[in-house]
Design a protein around this ligand. Structure first.
Ligand SMILES: [Zn+2]
Length: 142
């Protein structure tokens, strides 16, 4: 009934929209946008860092630590959740590193789903797939 939908508030409409989406684990493909990188002086800012980390379901602090360690750079998250790296890094090399992170710590090696969790069990980190349930031990590089 179209008339009924019009009487709903915005949040309710959103709820309806999301309830029609496939439940997690069913849909293996997610859209991961490239990192938006802005360089000023010798600082590099990743402007969509918070959003991208939300999409892959990883803690931004952990992703940032991985990036910094790989580059041997220093950096931090600003108050808006942007990553700020104290070094001049190109967009291409940052995206390449980020893709590597996704490949190693997000994508399930068994079914290639991106719907996964990273779980810490003592000193061991496990990539748990929400699609096929496979658990893969991963070596932390952060
Ligand atoms: Zn899987």
């Amino acid at each position: 009934m179209p008339g009924e939908v019009l009487s709903l508030g915005y949040d309710e409409l959103l709820d309806r929209l999301y309830s029609r989406m496939p439940t997690k684990g069913v849909e293996a493909r997610i859209e991961i946008p490239p990192l938006e990188v802005e360089t000023a002086g010798n600082h590099t800012k990743i402007k969509n860092f918070k959003l991208v980390c939300e999409i892959i379901g990883r803690d931004p602090r952990l992703v940032l630590r991985y990036l910094l360690k790989s580059m041997g750079a220093k950096g931090s998250l600003d108050s808006d959740g942007n990553a700020v790296i104290h070094q001049n890094v190109s967009r291409a090399s940052l995206n390449k590193l980020f893709e590597k992170f996704v490949e190693m710590y997000v994508r399930c090696p068994t079914c290639h789903s991106y719907q996964s969790e990273l779980i810490r069990r003592g000193r061991i980190w496990v990539l748990k797939c929400l699609g096929c349930g496979a658990e893969t031990t991963v070596r932390p590089a952060w």
